[in-house]
Write a protein that binds this ligand. Structure first.
Ligand SMILES: Cc1cc2nc3c(=O)[nH]c(=O)nc-3n(C[C@H](O)[C@H](O)[C@H](O)COP(=O)(O)O)c2cc1C
Length: 322
């Protein structure tokens, strides 16, 4: 028995579809089974050079899961989220009894449509400490730690190294070109990253390293990082549920930021380089496995939204191909 109307399913689908995802690949689908909705990982979406183990694909599903939960709550229904590690099913959301939406859940739900990747510079004013703290609290959960990095000199050194390696990796750059070349603009249906969303500043810690990205001197990069606000998401373990929890936390923080007029972007690109994670843990004394870096601040310029696949493609028919 389906407990939601077509319009209500549309609300869930729109919320899921607006989640951030690696290279805007949107690697998820929904399977509606009465009062239960499975979130499925589309494992056929492969980024062999950027994301060889599919880690970012799972983080992306985590972000979509946060949006799905918020949408169910915004519809005035209770909601239970069960993480699963069962083939392509990453989670099952059970829709419960009618329940008034909390003000906080509604604020975050409303921010879903406003959130977008902002890879540009930020406005120069500092984000108040209380607001920074609220972001950290929004992300912290059992097994997930949200850390403000202290050693920006070390971080700059590592990011500079990663930029040089990625810029010269021809196989990597070919794959990136495929994901950035075909996207016509935000108002067209599709996946991939539109050129306009990448920005022209080419700051290596703010977007994706391409062959034209300049590598600033480490000291310049460290100064630039100091002018931003950074959070690193770490997990106790590195299983699929750990990665999913990190993606959920990332999206809670991003939506909390958007609800407070902040903008941001996420960086995982350098983390995939062999040995990078281990160096980051030791140089920055991190409390777990680094899964993503989030930079945020007040916007100095607007950022373009990205396209999305048609909503109809989001639903997997019951008994349909897996
Ligand atoms: C797990 C994950 C990893 C990402 N890694 C990067 C990255 O390294 N660099 C970057 O510029 N954007 C990164 N992004 C942002 C995506 O490119 C972005 O979410 C997608 O293009 C959709 O655009 P939107 O965020 O504006 O909706 C990442 C997003 C996710 C969820």
């Amino acid at each position: 028995m389906t407990v939601l109307t077509t319009e209500q399913l549309g609300v869930l689908a729109r919320a899921v579809s607006r989640a951030p995802s690696v290279h805007n690949s949107q690697p998820w689908q929904l399977l509606v089974r009465g009062s239960e909705v499975d979130l499925l990982e589309r494992r056929e979406v492969e980024l062999r050079r950027h994301d060889p183990s599919g880690r970012d694909r799972v983080l992306s599903c985590g972000a979509a899961l946060t949006n799905l939960e918020l949408a169910v709550r915004a519809l005035g229904r209770d909601c239970h989220v069960g993480l699963r590690d069962d083939g392509d099913v990453v989670a099952t959301v059970t829709i419960g009894r009618p329940r008034a939406t909390s003000a906080r859940a509604y604020l975050l739900y409303q921010a879903i449509g406003r959130r977008r990747s902002h890879r540009h510079r930020f406005f120069h004013s500092r984000v108040p400490a209380t607001v920074q703290h609220a972001l950290v609290v929004a992300g912290e959960t059992t097994g997930v730690h949200v850390v403000r990095p202290a050693r920006l000199d070390k971080l700059a050194e590592l990011l500079g190294f990663a930029t040089r390696v990625l810029r010269d990796d021809r196989g990597y750059q070919r794959e990136l070109a495929v994901w950035t070349a075909h996207t016509r603009g935000w108002d067209a249906h599709g996946d991939g990253i539109a050129e306009g969303a990448l920005g022209s500043e080419a700051f290596p810690a703010a977007g994706l390293v391409r062959t034209t990205t300049p590598v600033p001197d480490d000291a310049v990069l460290a100064d630039r990082l100091a002018a931003e606000n950074l959070l690193i998401f770490c997990t106790d373990g590195d299983s699929r549920p750990d990665r999913l929890a990190a993606g959920m936390a990332l999206q809670r923080v991003w939506l909390t930021a958007a609800s407070k007029a902040l903008v941001g972007s996420v960086l995982t690109q350098p983390l995939h380089l062999t040995g990078f994670r281990a160096r980051l843990v030791s140089e920055l004394a991190l409390p777990g496995v680094p899964q993503a870096i989030f930079r945020f601040g007040y916007p100095a310029v607007p950022a373009a939204p990205s396209p999305r696949l048609p909503l109809g493609e989001l639903f997997r028919p019951p008994g349909g191909p897996r």
